[in-house]
Design a protein around this ligand. Structure first.
Ligand SMILES: Cc1cc2nc3c(=O)[nH]c(=O)nc-3n(C[C@H](O)[C@H](O)[C@H](O)COP(=O)(O)OP(=O)(O)OC[C@H]3O[C@@H](n4cnc5c(N)ncnc54)[C@H](O)[C@@H]3O)c2cc1C
Length: 383
């Protein structure tokens, strides 16, 4: 695992380094492989260092038919569903597979990455060490947790979200629901052959319980059966998950006529005439913990691009800002932030989108994509 590929610096230079390696044609050909030329931009996109419309501007040769455009579309699709369904995305959107009982807790051997199955243990170790996983590794991990170990997708989704640098409630929780079949028509399953096709040799799992047919896996997924495992003795301790930054930045709010509230999902470095206050709303983080890696990524950036960082309950800022003539920010759907920012701001801008946000929820990506891309010719799309 070449370390620089998995080192994410929360700086403009870190972002630019990722952008400079994008190869749209190679992405199309290789993106399904763990060693393929994916962008590893997700921590920067999730935290708003760069938006999807800005990415389209930075990549003038990107066409709608390119796989990369399509994947950017997936992100906007999930955010479309989130904007329409709100916190309902955190519960089953469709009934789960009938007759299957799922546990609410992740077993220890999964938390410690010692299930004895190479693609699962390798993925967990990588997640803990770097805060990043390739899409295929995420799908395998989710499928294993839900369908072979019979753990409810929500427990797995909360756990993965907490350890990812790019953890995004829409992309993560809806992907877990997609794997579980509560946001798709069938369970997502994988076997040893699939791993052998897309992963390097040390992830392979021939002769394991995963070395079986899709029919067999489908039967297991739809039954109460869990697979028998022989966990390894050696694993990796799960990194601590924290409800607040490990070190509390000092807050110093000065009087200003213009204030911009900068939350963790809008970390672009934009010039501003006035005071920039970084805001961390602790009630959200009490519900959704983050790893120390992720806190470092977010707080380091907030400190670099703002004048001061407030860590607490956003309600406490109401009095402090009540006399400020202009308070602006960018809307976010993250629970708590979504309700309080409109109360604090005199101007709240919409989060930028490349594709339309249909007024009625699209239940599938294909429905979303065809609606949005049909609209493009009228919106001056010439690619
Ligand atoms: C179980 C599971 C959980 C996931 N959790 C998250 C999450 O918390 N945050 C997150 O950003 N993505 C999540 N994804 C989607 C996808 O795996 C990641 O966006 C992608 O692997 C990030 O790596 P990359 O930047 O190299 O992606 P690339 O393949 O280079 O794609 C470029 C960008 O397109 C977007 N994108 C690509 N694929 C998807 C996808 N399937 N769904 C949504 N957006 C996509 C991302 O913003 C990504 O950074 C999840 C997928 C699964 C199956």
């Amino acid at each position: 695992m070449p370390s620089n590929l998995y080192h994410f610096e929360p700086t403009n230079a870190g972002l630019e380094a990722r952008l400079s390696t994008i190869d749209i044609a190679a992405y199309t050909k290789t993106r399904n492989h763990l060693s393929g030329q994916v962008t590893r931009l997700s921590p920067y996109i999730t935290h708003g260092f760069i938006s999807i419309p800005e990415l389209f501007d930075r990549l003038p040769e990107l066409k709608l038919a390119d796989k990369l455009a399509f994947e950017f579309g997936w992100r906007e699709f999930f955010h479309h569903v989130w904007s329409r369904e709100g916190e309902r995305i955190l519960s089953d959107l469709r009934p789960p597979l009938p007759g299957v009982r799922y546990a609410n807790e992740l077993p220890e051997d999964i938390r410690e990455g010692r299930t004895g199955l190479a693609p699962i243990d390798r993925a967990i170790h990588q997640l803990y060490a770097t805060g990043y996983l390739h899409n295929h590794a995420r799908m395998w991990l989710a499928s294993y947790v839900i369908h072979l170990r019979k753990v409810h997708w929500r427990a797995g989704a909360d756990w993965m979200f907490a350890h990812l640098l790019d953890g995004d409630l829409a992309s993560n929780h809806l992907s877990w629901q997609w794997v579980a079949a509560t946001f798709s028509s069938k369970p997502y399953l994988f076997n040893a052959e699939n791993v052998a096709r897309y992963a390097p040799a040390d992830w392979h799992c021939a002769d394991s319980v995963l070395d079986t047919s899709y029919e067999q896996l489908d039967q297991i997924a739809r039954s109460d059966q869990t697979i028998t495992i022989s966990p390894s003795l050696l694993g990796m301790a799960e990194p601590e998950l924290l409800s607040k930054p490990p070190a509390q930045p000092a807050v110093k709010i000065a009087q200003a006529d213009r204030v911009r509230l900068v939350h963790p999902w809008m970390l672009a470095d934009q010039p501003f005439e006035g005071q920039r206050i970084g805001v961390i709303h602790l009630p959200f983080h009490a519900q959704f913990h983050w790893s120390a890696l992720r806190w470092r990524f977010v707080v380091k950036r907030l400190e670099a691009i703002t004048d001061t960082v407030f860590v607490g309950d956003l309600n406490e800022l109401k009095d402090m800002l009540s006399e400020t003539p202009s308070v602006e920010s960018i809307a976010t759907l993250n629970p708590g932030y979504d309700a309080l920012l409109p109360q604090l701001c005199t101007q709240l801008m919409d989060a930028p989108r490349q594709f339309a946000n249909p007024s009625k929820t699209c239940r599938s990506f294909s429905a979303f994509w065809s609606q949005c891309t049909e609209a493009y010719p009228q919106r001056g799309w010439h690619r």
